[in-house]
Design a protein around this ligand. Sequence first.
Ligand code: S3P
Length: 198
Amino acid sequence: MTTTPPLRGPQAPIQILCLAGFMGSGKTTVGTLLARQLAWRFVDLDDRIEEAAGLTIPQIFERLGEASFRQMEADQLRAALGRASELREGTVLALGGGTYAQAGCPEFLRAAGVPVLWLDPPIEVLLARCMTMTGRPLFRDEASFRSLYAQRLASYELADHRVDSSGKPKQVVAEILRRGIVSKGGNEEHLVVENPKS
Ligand code: S3P
């Protein structure tokens, strides 16, 4: 993934917060609720990928393979950041479980000045949640789940913030707000990608 240096324009910076975390960490649920509370836009990267491909995530994995999925994921990440920048609207962007673990992704987001929050419940919670959900091609069995989690931990640890998301989504959102990770007002820390498509 190529990095794009942030460009600060004359206008107030747009606030973006990316949510990273393993499958079942609550990125979509917490992200939706957080965006609602902040009156920001909520964008789910998996939805963007499905829409762009005209296929569901399991279909993409099955028909095109994981490598194609990862390429689409990287492309849609750049597109989502570009769109947030264009619209100049606060945006909570839920990444897919593997997005932040892709080579170069943490560096790309850091260079773009986009803060990342890692939703990090214990693995037993992730496992229990994913057992009851469908549509996740990388959830095969407990052993491979644990091994993928272990492989990705070092990447997640690069995030700017970490919040335990084993509680109810409402409590997790309250904790994010309590810690001042994001706020409704302008904040230079939460900048922006002006031209992430290069
Ligand atoms: C994936 C996680 C999924 C989705 C795809 C691949 C992963 O997102 O992007 O199935 O590599 O862990 P969720 O974490 O939202 O389930």
